[in-house]
Design a protein around this ligand. Structure first.
Ligand code: GLP
Length: 241
């Protein structure tokens, strides 16, 4: 595990964008696993800038997003489809057919999850998976659980996650209670993992995920078992290490 500690969010975003664009430059048809949330916003902004400056070309890049709310229409302003389009995809030259996000409107969720896994496999597997981390240590939408086993599946969101994510919704009751998420197994199959954390409210989860017991009760702790993980942390998120 490599831990890079930077001064602030701006530096974190630039470093993360460098790692991602480096991956795409070395292997233009890279398969990227992408994340949503506030943390990767600066990274996506830097990537768009690099694309516009001609540093990186996404025409062959394939992406799989970690998760999507269940029951929100694709064009809903709080869907992760909408988020990705607004913050990244509409500004770069990625091909529509190379973008994959779990379909939160699928009727047969189980079939959707199986198809998502098969599609990742067919693309050759994820080369670089970008992750944020929840205050309770969740990655993707893998909430504290009893086992690490899952592949892409339907999850019931924790009270804490619903509360934290309600900042994006008008009303806490509007926050979906379920989501489709890559499982811990899906994430662990990625060849390289890049986890970003910024801010003091992430310090405890970051500390436990790196120095604590490996337990599904703190989902990110499983990353201690992955052979190629980079953490990029700002000073606040790293303050308990
Ligand atoms: C959300 C997402 C995660 C994200 C996490 C942290 O619930 N499903 O993928 O990493 O919460 O979000 P933020 O970066 O906004 O703190």
């Amino acid at each position: 595990m490599r831990i890079i500690i930077v001064k602030d969010y701006e530096e974190l975003s630039k470093k993360a964008a460098n790692v991602i664009s480096g991956q795409v430059i070395l292997k233009p048809n890279s398969v990227l696993g992408l994340a949503t949330g506030s943390t990767p916003l600066g990274t996506y902004k830097s990537l768009v800038k690099m694309y516009k400056e001609g540093v990186v070309d996404f025409s062959k890049t394939i992406t799989y997003n970690l998760d999507e709310y269940y029951g929100l229409a694709k064009n809903h302003i709080n869907s992760y489809n909408y988020f990705m389009d607004k913050n990244l995809f509409s500004h770069i030259n990625i091909l529509k057919e190379n973008i994959h996000i779990p379909n939160g409107e699928a009727h047969d969720i189980e079939a959707e999850c199986v198809l998502y896994e098969q599609s990742i496999e067919k693309s050759g597997g994820i080369d670089l998976q970008l992750l944020g981390i929840g205050r309770n240590g969740h990655i993707g939408f893998n909430e504290p659980d009893l086992t690490f086993e899952a592949l892409t599946h339907m999850v019931k969101l924790d009270k804490d996650t619903i509360e934290v994510n309600s900042r994006f919704f008008e009303n806490i009751d509007d926050v979906p209670k379920k989501a489709i998420s890559m499982g811990i197994k899906t994430i662990m199959r990625a060849r390289k993992i890049l986890l970003l954390a910024s801010g003091i409210e992430k310090a405890e989860a970051v500390y436990k995920s790196i120095k604590g017991k490996i337990t599904p009760d703190l989902p990110a702790s499983v990353l201690q078992l992955h052979p190629d993980v980079i953490y990029i942390l700002d000073e606040d998120a790293a303050s308990l290490l």
